[in-house]
Design a protein around this ligand. Structure first.
Ligand SMILES: Cc1cc2nc3c(=O)[nH]c(=O)nc-3n(C[C@H](O)[C@H](O)[C@H](O)COP(=O)(O)O)c2cc1C
Length: 330
């Protein structure tokens, strides 16, 4: 796959942008585990222009994460152009436009998936962003607004015509939010369109090597993006790559490795955002790292009660010891 001048070898796996999840510490772990391309969390164009601290902080990237895209969202051509200019100065490898966020406060302002209700405006914004930066511009969107308006096959062509260099499609409509199953049929249809030449990245419900391989073979996508399955499970990228290489045995990550990864996540978080914030934000990750571990609840309660990273590190050593011979639940 090639996006602009960025060359990818093999079949690339992308880490999906996820607000409050895919910050630099988490992205670094996913990169180590084999993610080939990643994105910042979505960044409000208005926030960037206002110089809002929360938005500016999200521009932070580490060279080891490359190739990385900055994802921006907004409703107006003017603000998106300015945001693209600001994002370009941060020197990412590409700029990604979010036309997929289904959250009410975003769509009511016609941003995110809200843009799918006004395609001429969506195309105007995209075209203006393409012209505002020398970097490749990509788009991430959904199948359409709702069941009656699954316009992605036509939209893909229009977006290609205004100059985007890759398209990521999450196989749900805005109305579906995250409900039901992702439908990859139309993603496959985009790939069957002989006019399409830009890479198509498929997204939605990939949780294992088996599912990834099926999606790759059945729908002919150029890359696959993984979101929720990476939370507390950044080794999903390694697992999928192992599966692709013919080793279909499940990847077992024992308690010791999980402790190491969880610890590294916290260490990197402390370094990046300081103790109080990382202590707070890491709380949502602990149970994911130890999902399926019998009797973990008690450890979880104690982890939630910690106020300093050193307490967590100590407790993680107890976790390591306790689960030394732990066998996974089927
Ligand atoms: C907590 C969370 C935050 C998300 N934030 C973003 C975001 O900032 N930008 C974006 O394009 N999509 C966002 N998404 C959507 C994901 O990128 C992805 O499209 C979706 O989760 C489907 O993929 P999955 O089934 O692999 O999780 C978010 C999803 C979740 C669960």
């Amino acid at each position: 796959m090639k996006i602009g001048n960025i060359n990818f070898s093999g079949f690339p796996l992308a880490l999906a942008p996820m607000e409050d999840v895919t910050d630099p510490p988490f992205r670094a772990l996913c990169k180590k585990m084999g993610a080939d391309i990643m994105y910042t969390e979505f960044i409000s164009s208005e926030g960037l222009i206002r110089d809002a601290q929360k938005s500016i902080e999200k521009l932070d990237m580490d060279p080891e994460e490359r190739p990385i895209g900055i994802q921006i969202f907004g409703h107006s051509e003017e603000s998106m152009v300015q945001a693209a200019e600001i994002a370009t100065l941060a020197k990412p490898d590409l700029i990604d436009i979010n036309f997929g966020c289904p959250v009410k406060k975003v769509v009511t302002k016609c941003a995110g998936a809200g843009a799918l209700q006004d395609i001429p405006n969506l195309l105007r914004i995209t075209s203006a962003v393409v012209k505002a930066t020398h970097l490749p511009v990509t788009v991430k969107t959904r199948l359409g607004w709702d069941d009656d308006k699954k316009i992605i096959v036509e939209l893909a062509e229009m977006l290609q015509d205004v100059g985007i260099q890759a398209l990521t499609v999450h196989g749900r409509t805005r109305s579906q939010l995250y409900k039901g199953e992702a439908d990859w049929t139309l993603i496959g249809r985009i790939k069957e369109n002989p006019r399409m030449y830009i890479p198509i990245i498929g997204n939605g419900d990939i949780t294992s090597g088996e599912k990834a391989l099926e999606a790759k073979n059945r729908y002919g996508v150029d890359a696959i993006m993984i979101g929720r399955a990476s939370i507390g499970n950044p080794w999903i990228f390694r697992e999928i790559k192992q599966y692709f290489s013919g080793n279909t045995a499940p990847l077992v990550i024992d308690a010791g490795e999980r402790v190491d990864i969880c610890r590294e996540h916290l260490e990197r978080s402390v370094e990046w955002k300081g103790i109080p914030r990382s202590m707070n934000e890491m709380r949502k990750h602990y149970s994911s790292y130890f999902k399926g571990f019998q009797n973990f609840k008690e450890f979880k309660i104690r982890l939630m009660d910690c106020h300093h990273p050193d307490e967590i590190y100590q407790l993680l050593e107890e976790v390591r010891e306790y689960y030394l011979d732990f066998k996974f639940q089927e």
